[in-house]
Design a protein around this ligand. Sequence first.
Ligand SMILES: [Ca+2]
Length: 269
Amino acid sequence: MRALVFAMLACIAPFLTLPCSGAPAREPLPLKPFTYVEDFEEPRQMVVWATNGKQEIHFSGVTEEKAFSGKRSYKLDVTIREGAYHYFGIRLPRVPCEGELKLSGRLWVEALPQGARAGLGYNIILPPSQHSGCAAVETIDRPTPEWKAVSGDLVAAGKQTATGVIGRHTAEMDGSEVAPFLELWSVPIWATAGQRITLYVDDVRIEGRVPDADAFAAAAQERFTAARERTARRIAGWRARLDEATKALRGVPAQEGWARGSWNRRRPA
Ligand SMILES: [Ca+2]
């Protein structure tokens, strides 16, 4: 019987390991210029959009204490009370991470205890899936008594997020079958309880050339639907194979000396 089970698995294994056929080649969508600039000359409020702990916020808002552009910047002064990550950020209308798109900004890190880090980052959503991923384009691990330029490529970040997250959370899809959209830019802080971090942010820019958001989402929806149908066909194939194998197993008589539940016992002498 064991040989038969192995034979059955050998039949099924190729179906389990078939490579994804991938999304069909797609026509590039036309690109339009996109510019977002946050200079904090008007009132703004960051939110803690993700954390595994608690923070005591001494100040979080626009200040005239320092400025890279204009007269104001955003000041964040917090003491970590619990947890390891604390992501502050500002939400945006979704921006396609496709074409050319760069995130840049200026950070003045006044106080950053040893072992703590801060940076400029993003959260990217991956519709039509429910998944998302966040990371920093650059991180800083010591105080910087000047306006430090930080920047990163959001198209590369979108592809990396889609490939990593979809590859990790689905069995039969790849990153090309979802649409990476920037949902917010962030100031991530990683620190331990008792550490106090003071920093200023100014001149945050998201600039480039991107496709129309609705067209980008619609194209991804088509690829996603095709991927779901492909997965459903594959699962139906596995079920049919399992049904055949189950019928074949029912027809095999039990061998003498072996009984139900004997798989973990030593074979009789
Ligand atoms: Ca400013």
